[in-house]
Design a protein around this ligand. Sequence first.
Ligand code: CU
Length: 151
Amino acid sequence: MRNFKYIYFLFFIICFNQAKSSENNLVFHGAYAFESFVGQKTGAVYVSIFNNTKSDYVISSLSSEIASDVEIHEMSFKDDIMKMRRIDKLIIKAKEQQYFQPGGMHIMLMGLNKELKDGSHFFINFLINDDINQRVKVMVLNKKLRENFIE
Ligand SMILES: [Cu+2]
């Protein structure tokens, strides 16, 4: 009986912490990347980030086991030339959201050390407000799906 109570208590703590963390942190939804070909050294990751909290958050640094550098990029057209620009610190204001999409803002993987295979996954670590480390799962999709996204 004593053990039983202990387990119940643990369960309560776990549930409480989960509720607390989604209230106090950014929520990352639907992160994906397209599969890569052999020898490909860069890749892009897309994700939706929601800030349902009452404070602003800053994403200051990213990392992953599968790439030597991970950066946030934004795309723009200048004189008909597409350019990518690095965003050093991405601010996500209270009650706002950011959508990373093909043709727009993306997370750039540089120095890929692994082939991204359809159906596999990897992780990206987001450093938030210089002290919260959030690990986000990224699903790898078949590259044929890309045609649905780009016109
Ligand atoms: Cu880029």
